[in-house]
Ligand binder design. Structure first.
Ligand code: NAD
Length: 292
């Protein structure tokens, strides 16, 4: 059925997601501080107006602090029984705090961060990892089907964000491991095609190597073949690695590899030339370095 949807945060990800909902026949009212309205989306003057009397309100914002401030603005104008679906990547604790505020106001809440990037947002092939109650998950299900190809219900509020940061911690660690191994192989005189052919079919394989190979000219097309233009920018990987380290600290979890990945991406983005480069540009970084 046609749903009344409010969509707040229409940037690189939110813009195409909102456009796909409108193209599927839903009534979408949008608000953003600066981004243009996507095709088919009606502009609201404020976030509260975009959220007023909708069945579902979706947010796709930069971080948890902004999510909390937008939630404080819009909760009073949301209709009883409606659901707030936050698709941003934010702290587990921020998602749980907004979930509690929604519950106190008689509203449903889902944290539903995504994997798949801007390409997946445009094509409607995102994966959603979702935390929240069953009733809200069922209400938003048809919208996940339009914007994505898969929605995994991971449990209660915050569990979607937990899944997202754990996934991206593995991704950061395997990308670094793959890049340092390629740089070592270079120094040992192994050519990169042989390295790829062996590892991609041996026990060192991973998504980072097989699907997103950091070595140019080897393996499938990837940002390495486009001068390391993102793709998935190193500073976004750093953001996610900081989220997993903050969560590990709060939960007293020992995550030494995640911590090392965070430090390496921090140096890469803040002290080296990594900002604005794809996160797989760790390979030229290691190539240029010696032991010390
Ligand atoms: P973006 O910066 O392109 O979009 C964010 C939008 O939010 C901007 O248009 C900005 O104007 C708007 N905004 C900021 N404050 C606002 C406010 N108070 N009210 C209304 N609008 C406001 O970022 P993005 O790439 O679309 O990413 C959004 C979220 O998705 C982030 O949490 C990011 O980590 C996550 N994410 C991004 C990708 C990716 O590949 N870009 C992939 C997965 C997840």
């Amino acid at each position: 059925k046609n749903m009344q949807i409010g969509f707040i945060g229409l940037g690189n990800m939110g813009g195409p997601m909102a456009r796909n909902l409108a193209a599927a026949g839903h009534s979408v009212t949008g608000f953003d501080l600066s981004a243009p309205m996507p095709e088919g989306v009606t502009a609201a003057a404020t976030a509260a107006e975009a959220a007023d009397a909708r069945d579902v309100v979706i947010t796709m914002l930069p971080n948890g602090a902004i999510l909390k401030s937008v939630a404080a603005d819009i909760l009073p104008s949301m209709q009883a029984g409606s659901v707030l679906v936050d698709c941003s990547t934010v702290e587990v604790d921020a998602a749980r705090a907004v979930a509690a505020d929604c519950a106190a106001s008689g509203l449903g809440f889902l944290d539903a961060p995504v994997s798949g990037g801007v390409g997946g947002a445009a094509a409607g092939t995102l994966t959603f990892m979702v935390g929240g109650d069953d009733k809200s998950f069922e209400a938003a299900g048809p919208l996940f089907e339009i914007m994505g190809q898969k929605a995994v219900h991971c449990g209660g509020a915050g569990n979607g964000q937990a899944a997202k940061i754990c996934n991206n911690m593995i991704l950061g660690v395997t990308m670094i491991a793959t890049c340092e191994a390629f740089a070592l192989a270079d120094k040992l005189g192994l050519d990169r095609q042989s390295m790829f052919d062996v590892v991609s079919t041996s026990s060192g394989y991973s998504w980072s190597l097989n699907a997103y190979c950091p070595a140019p000219g080897v393996g499938p097309q990837s940002p390495a073949d486009n001068d390391y233009k993102p793709g998935f920018a190193a500073e976004l990987m750093l953001k996610d690695l900081r989220l997993s380290q903050a969560a590990a600290e709060a939960a007293d979890a020992d995550t030494p590899m995640g911590a090392a990945a965070r430090t390496l991406y921090e140096d890469f983005v803040e002290k080296e030339n990594g900002k604005g480069q794809d996160f797989s540009a760790m390979l030229p970084r290691f190539e240029q370095r010696g032991r010390s």
